[in-house]
Write a protein that binds this ligand. Sequence first.
Ligand code: IMO
Ligand code: MG
Length: 401
Amino acid sequence: MKTVCFGLQWGDEGKGKVTTYLSKEYDYVVRYSGGSNAGHTVEYGDFKLVHHLVPSFDVRKGVKGYISNGVVVDLNVIDKEIEELKRIGFDISSKLNISAFAHVVLPVHKILDEKMELVKGDKAVGTTKRGIGPTYADRVHRIGIRLADFEDKYLLAEKFSTINKIYKELYDIEWNNYNSVIEQYDRISKLIISPLEMKKDLENSNVLFEGTQGVLLDVDMGTYPYVTGTFCNTTGVESGLGYKINLDKRIGIFKAYITRVGEGPFPTELFGDEGEILRQAGKEFGATTGRPRRCGWLDLPLLKYAIEISGCDEMIMTKADVLAGMEKIKVGVRYAINGKKIEMPYNLSKIDKAQVEYAEFKGWNSLEDKEFQKFVEFIESETGVKITYISTGAKVDQVLT
Ligand code: IMO
Ligand code: MG
């Protein structure tokens, strides 16, 4: 069985919790995209983990993790996450591998990320400043450093020196503390394997591919240019691994409302007190940057778009429990753009001009209430996709099936 579990919105849908819950049915959980911009919070009950790079496999079970070449790796972050797990009693060093073709996030990438945002001024994307965009860009510029490059220290020194020259000439950024990166590499080098070794392991295994961010932040199909630097759609699985993967199931995760961090269009956004109520109830603050997330009502035209381009077969709804106790719940059902009614946008470039038409639901006190059932049935009938699980709380095992 090969399944992908991915975000249908702008990230932070609860992918970490859901992936961890589902992972016990699988041999591997594989990250295929993103980097340490991702912040996957998993509450086990006795302890809580915030993953940035370690895949969200249940650390209490026999599941293994793999970081593929579609991921950009900050060596310091991965090392710290592994150490933190060890400190609380989970040694995952025999359960995690990283592709030798994965690109490394260097200090220059983080500096450039920050500088680029500053220069863009009011056109800034609102990135996490984790160096994600610049690392992917250097991969395409063909000056990136891959984990495999550390095997030959002489060639590595040449590559570092090229980066040094380019960053100085083009961006006025000075960096030559190569040794700190080499030391970080040495600490995790035992985890590195070739992409084909991993392919062999995955071939006859049950694999759960874990998405990062969400379809609406996909570098091509999201709200460009307010997107991340990678393919967060389900299409990222094959490009992230570099070989053919036959997926059996695509499970899309969505929140009962919607949030985004950073800039970009957001048709159903709530401002002032209304937004603040959702933010506080859902603890909507970035797991990576601590920034307050922008909050709004569920947006069906965007959900339909995300389903359309991802091939989503089933959905999991999270955080409906957060809305419990509210008198009225709204759902954006249709847009009007320049007077034209739209059920699902074909192009996200004009959604900043959308006037949103809402449907209103009577609130629920518990997820057992018939009012909540109506909300679920409405989303299923509008999208044509079944909701197979409902998350009922932050903890891994709080799930209605
Ligand atoms: P998870 O996996 C929510 C957003 C940033 C910014 C844009 C580009 O936890 O859902 P980047 O640093 O990637 O170049 O920033 O993407 N972003 C996320 N928003 N959840 C995430 O990850 C995100 N990763 C990046 O806020 O708007
Ligand atoms: Mg997150």
